[in-house]
Design a protein around this ligand. Structure first.
Ligand SMILES: Cc1cc2nc3c(=O)[nH]c(=O)nc-3n(C[C@H](O)[C@H](O)[C@H](O)COP(=O)(O)OP(=O)(O)OC[C@H]3O[C@@H](n4cnc5c(N)ncnc54)[C@H](O)[C@@H]3O)c2cc1C
Length: 417
């Protein structure tokens, strides 16, 4: 079937639904083409099906979280910061709440309400949503418009917005389809790699602790180059020990540093299980010769700060099953190092299959940061995770998708003025 619209958007995720709605707000005819049966599949599963919409900070706070990509995001985030995202959802009937971590969720704790609100907004503004239409490719027309092809349909549009996401969690439809199409048009794609992904590794004694959460610890990634150790990433948060390795924000937030290395063996992942105590404080406790302190068993001492199972496992692992007064110096030093710099023996990650985001994507200096228009192909706009931006856990990635999607939609519709 042939269709003609002023604006075509490929990919009905967070960025695509946002872009389509904003593009239609000025009255332009807009089609949103999605391969899945339902729009916003990734939203539905996000935040453990609660959808962490954004973070309780300002535009600067969000852009800082994105590291090198933050500067590119500043204009779109400045125009549509977390505060405005929250207001938009409240206006769409989705009340929000801020949790202690700063994460913003719908009060209902239902990602479905977030997806439905975004979809309804787009539909109410007149967007035509065509689902079950996997796009096979697109190309520029002689009339400076674009042709989009699916198996069954052929769309001609004047402006094209690409919001196809990355390669992570491919079961959601995100299989990196747009990378080759954009490469053909002259865009450079920074090689995609998994980020915010659980780590694989750990030794047998750690696996025996599977299911245990350390509420406050620090995980760091250091480069092992010629004996020197450079810290590549560090995150203080909670860590979950799994039967295959490590998950939770502390592990997932540093995973991108690991996947950026040629081989995971080029770096070491270290755990500081007691970030609140520095080494001198620990030494003081571990060398306490006072009557009461010296008689304390090491496992009981550690259990003051660590989950009991971990305290016991550490004691056994470091042969420190004794009272404080009888702890040999060499054992004390090994235990100290284990508490502050425990190598997690990470050998890799769970890959794109279980990555929450994709690092890499469309090279940012090829995109206008205010409008998301391609500097290489006028009339083509690119937004969301398909760009080379990836942020930490905490609502940062949806925030970026909303801000960049909105910027693209507004700019595409304004280009007709
Ligand atoms: C398990 C999980 C939990 C997450 N939780 C959170 C969270 O709580 N908070 C947060 O901020 N971020 C979270 N994220 C990350 C967040 O979901 C993404 O960063 C965000 O969805 C990116 O939005 P997007 O619109 O750019 O891409 P996507 O949401 O990935 O949407 C892209 C869309 O394009 C469609 N598409 C792709 N190719 C084609 C094609 N050829 N033809 C037609 N359609 C196509 C896809 O089917 C998809 O619907 C989570 C991710 C995962 C995997």
């Amino acid at each position: 079937m042939n269709h003609s619209f002023q604006i075509g958007v490929i990919g009905a995720g967070a960025a695509g639904m946002m872009a389509a709605a904003e593009a239609a707000r000025s009255g332009a005819s807009v089609v949103l083409v999605e391969k899945n049966r339902k729009p916003g599949v990734k939203i539905l599963m996000s935040g453990g099906t609660r959808c962490n919409i954004t973070h309780n900070t300002n535009a600067k706070g969000i852009s800082r979280g994105f590291g090198a990509g933050g500067r590119f995001l500043q204009p779109s985030l400045g125009a549509f910061p977390p505060e405005k995202v929250v207001r938009m959802f409240e206006n769409l009937g989705v009340a929000t709440k801020v949790e202690d971590t700063g994460k913003v969720f719908p009060v209902s704790d239902r990602a479905l309400h977030v997806r439905d609100a975004l979809l309804k907004q787009a539909l109410d503004l007149g967007v035509k949503v065509h689902t079950e239409k996997p796009v096979l490719g697109f190309q520029a027309t002689a009339q400076s418009g674009w042709e989009i092809r699916t198996n069954t349909d052929h769309y001609v549009v004047e402006r094209l917005i690409v919001t196809t996401g990355g390669k992570s969690w491919p079961g959601c439809g995100t299989t990196g389809d747009a990378y080759p199409w954009l490469t053909q048009l002259g865009h450079e794609i920074v090689p995609p790699r998994p980020a915010l992904v659980p780590l694989v590794g750990g030794s047998d004694w750690m696996h025996d602790l599977s299911g245990l959460t350390l509420a406050d610890c620090e995980v760091s990634v250091v480069e092992k180059s010629k004996g020197s150790k450079n810290q590549l990433a560090r995150r203080r948060s909670s860590l979950l020990i799994t039967h295959r390795g490590f998950s939770g924000p502390a592990a997932m937030d540093v995973s991108g540093a690991l996947t950026a290395m040629k081989s995971p063996g080029d770096c070491e992942v270290l755990l500081d299980s007691l970030p609140n105590l520095d080494e001198s404080q620990l030494i003081e406790q571990l060398t306490d010769r006072s009557r009461e302190g010296g008689r304390q068993r090491i496992a009981s001492l550690l259990a003051q700060w660590l989950p009991k199972r971990l305290a016991q496992a550490m004691t056994q692992q470091f042969n420190a099953d004794c009272i404080v007064a009888e702890l040999p110096k060499a054992t004390r030093l090994r235990l100290l190092s284990g508490l502050k710099r425990l190598p997690l023996s990470v050998i890799g990650t769970l890959g794109f299959d279980k990555a929450e985001v994709t690092a890499g994507g469309v090279q940012l200096d090829e995109i206008h940061p205010k409008t998301m228009e391609s500097r290489i192909c006028p009339g083509l706009y690119i937004a969301g995770e398909v760009l080379n931006v990836d942020g930490p856990i905490g609502g940062y990635n949806f925030q970026a998708a909303f801000s960049t999607g909105r910027a693209a939609g507004i700019a595409a519709s304004k280009s007709f003025e």
